[in-house]
Design a protein around this ligand. Structure first.
Ligand code: XMP
Length: 324
């Protein structure tokens, strides 16, 4: 049987005890595979790569080097959290690469969504490969592949994420969670002590806020999106029942506002909140008026350049969840 097939006898990991057993098993397997050699991991701060990082740190400590590439398209506070959790709390070998200018310069003036995704994907691989080449003696590459990635090689993630490394980086793979479903990865992450907002993170596109800053990305509009998104997530996150996915979008359009008796042009922020089972179809969530009003007031008061707040009440189909 291929080692990419989940054995029927494998129990669904849904308790801390089962997670603990899985962790012990994988720690032994990683130690056996890697020995005293070195491993590299691209650590985005998403659930899958974070859980793989935590497992490897437990198994081989400083033989793991994590590279966190900040492409400027992460959500508010995310790069800081990666540094706090992995460098400060877990004492990992973490290389933080501030590639913000590099990405935003390459993206300047590019409005076609596919082109934007391609640039972000290629630049990511280039930055990661450059970092890898600076390091001596790496023999393994760890990856946060999970079972749905194997099952649905044409699924949402595979379709959206630009992957693969240049061929001259010839590493053996370490993929400790490749037979797990997402909910199991979360239980393992929780048992490994990762913070809830990392373990229960909403799905987030690989190209990050790049797909939610519609049209050509400018630094000021991107910053406004990041602030507005933090407000939208904070306020909707207070509901007793939170939707499956909720975030802000900033379209590439301006409309008229009025301030101190003078008309001016400003951006619009769009609130998106959906429920879904598999992201193939999705239903717009009816948000309470109080929540909408608080978001509107906070976005207008706190986010520079924004003079209008809209609510996207479209279902999928015919609207996709993301705008690009
Ligand atoms: P759409 O916009 O196609 O999105 O309705 C479906 C789901 O996929 C997420 N999404 C991505 N997930 N990498 C990912 O892992 C990506 O590049 C990507 N783009 C979209 C989206 O957030 C939604 O949950």
């Amino acid at each position: 049987m291929s080692d990419n097939v989940r054995p029927e006898s494998m129990k669904r990991i849904n308790t801390p005890e089962l997670a603990e057993a899985f962790i012990n098993e994988q720690v032994e397997a990683i130690k056996k595979q890697v020995g005293d050699r070195k491993v590299l991991l691209a650590l985005s701060g998403g659930v899958d790569s974070s859980v793989v990082a935590a497992l490897l740190i437990k198994a081989i400590g400083k033989q793991l080097t994590c590279v966190h590439v900040n492409h400027g398209l992460l959500r508010k506070g995310e790069p800081e959290q990666v540094i706090r959790v992995f460098r400060d709390q877990m004492d990992a070998n973490l290389i933080y690469v501030d590639a913000v200018d590099r990405f935003l310069d390459k993206l300047a003036g590019v409005s076609d969504p596919e082109q934007k995704r391609k640039i972000i994907g290629k630049e990511f691989i280039d930055v990661f490969a450059e970092e890898a080449k600076k390091l001596d003696g790496i023999e393994f590459l760890a990856q946060g592949t999970i079972y749905p990635d194997i099952l649905e090689s044409d699924g949402v993630k595979a379709h959206h994420n630009v992957g693969g490394l240049p061929e001259d980086l010839d590493f053996e793979l370490v993929e400790p969670v490749k037979l797990l479903y997402k909910d199991e990865v979360r239980v393992v992450g929780k048992t490994l002590g990762l913070p809830d907002n990392m373990v229960y993170r909403q799905p987030f596109p690989g190209p990050g806020l790049g797909v939610r800053c519609v049209g050509a990305i400018t630094r000021d509009r991107l910053e406004s999106l990041r602030e507005a998104d933090a407000i939208v997530r904070e306020e909707i996150g207070k509901l007793d029942e939170t939707p499956w996915q909720y975030f802000a979008v900033i379209p590439d359009m301006q409309s008229t506002g009025i301030k101190d008796g003078k008309r001016y042009m400003g951006w619009a922020v769009v609130i998106r909140a959906i429920n879904t089972v598999d992201a193939v179809t999705a239903e717009s969530v009816v948000l309470p008026w109080d929540t909408l009003r608080t978001i509107r007031d906070r976005v207008i008061a706190e986010v520079p350049g924004v003079n209008r707040v809209l609510w996207d009440m479209s279902d999928k189909p015919v609207s996709t969840i993301e705008w690009e």
